[in-house]
Design a protein around this ligand. Structure first.
Ligand SMILES: [Zn+2]
Ligand SMILES: [Zn+2]
Length: 278
């Protein structure tokens, strides 16, 4: 898919903003109608993972959040839900952020779709990374099913249509002197919405690794919408002429069917190799 250029005259007028540009890959998840459901060999959201048949499926044993019953845990370890799988060969910016992860070229994201104690709002995320060359021929075909608290935390299967773009910081992350000189309301328009690998966070800015203090790198943004009224200029060229009164056109704006309280940002630390979720 193709993102149309946004305000090139502003970028030309503010070279300091251009200098803050980073590449990112918009993933453009879209429901897999007509192309078949995603398979374990695909990059996707909400499809089957390439998971070794002899490797235990991850489960959650965290404490739950439930009124009046704090400290309660899952009745039995809860199998996680596949959220996304990204092959480095499909995602131009993934190889840049994976070197911290032991030379991996396959990223898998899962979560427990239940509210837990002490977590930020949202499901409890687990990241696995692998080398494709290490995968056995025998892959898991039927992962176990667990408890689900929110239907909006189960992604609708989507294939990806990756596109490399140049991403700029959000308004909150811009130097104040630059932000104040820009036309009102435009400063936040240069940071890409939707699912993306690399680039700039949608909020605040970069973070130091909580474990070792090294500046962390944005790995992945997980969100429940690809664009909205504030980010309409990020609608891909292919969807500029949609008939928004037609049934199911919301599936373009919210293809994954997720309902999250906030975007999830996954960072990698080049210093100690850990992945942090904020
Ligand atoms: Zn859990
Ligand atoms: Zn670190």
């Amino acid at each position: 898919m193709i993102t149309p250029p946004f305000a090139p005259e502003i970028l030309a007028e503010f070279p300091e903003l251009t200098a803050l540009g980073r590449t990112a890959t918009r993933l453009h998840p879209r429901r897999a109608t007509g192309q078949g459901a995603p398979r374990a060999g695909d990059s996707h959201v909400g499809g089957p993972l390439a998971w070794p048949a002899d490797e235990p499926w991850p489960v959650c044993t965290r404490e739950l959040r439930s009124a009046g019953r704090e400290g309660r845990r899952h009745a039995s370890p809860n199998p996680l839900v596949p959220v996304a799988q990204l092959w480095a060969s499909d995602i131009p910016d993934l190889p840049q952020v994976l070197p911290a992860l032991d030379g991996a070229d396959l990223l898998q994201v899962l979560w427990c779709p239940v509210e837990h104690l002490r977590d930020v709002a949202g499901p409890a995320v687990l990241v696995r990374y692998r080398r494709a060359a290490d995968l056995p021929a025998d892959l898991l075909t039927e992962p176990p099913q667990g408890d689900v608290q929110h239907a909006g935390w189960i992604p609708t299967p989507c294939l990806l249509h990756p596109e490399r773009i140049t991403d700029h910081p959000g308004a909150d992350a811009l130097p104040a002197a630059l932000r104040d000189r820009m036309p009102p309301g435009i400063a936040g328009g240069f940071v890409a919405p939707g699912w993306k690998v690399g680039g700039h966070p949608r909020r605040a800015g970069d973070i130091p690794c909580p474990r070792c203090g090294t500046p962390a790198e944005l790995l992945l943004v997980i969100t429940d919408h690809e664009y909205d009224a504030e980010t309409y200029h990020w609608i891909p060229v292919e969807e500029q002429d949609l008939d928004w009164s037609a049934p199911d056109n919301g599936a373009h704006e919210r293809p994954t069917g997720l309902r999250l309280d906030a975007d999830l940002h996954l960072f990698t630390c080049p210093g100690c190799g850990t992945v942090h979720v904020t």
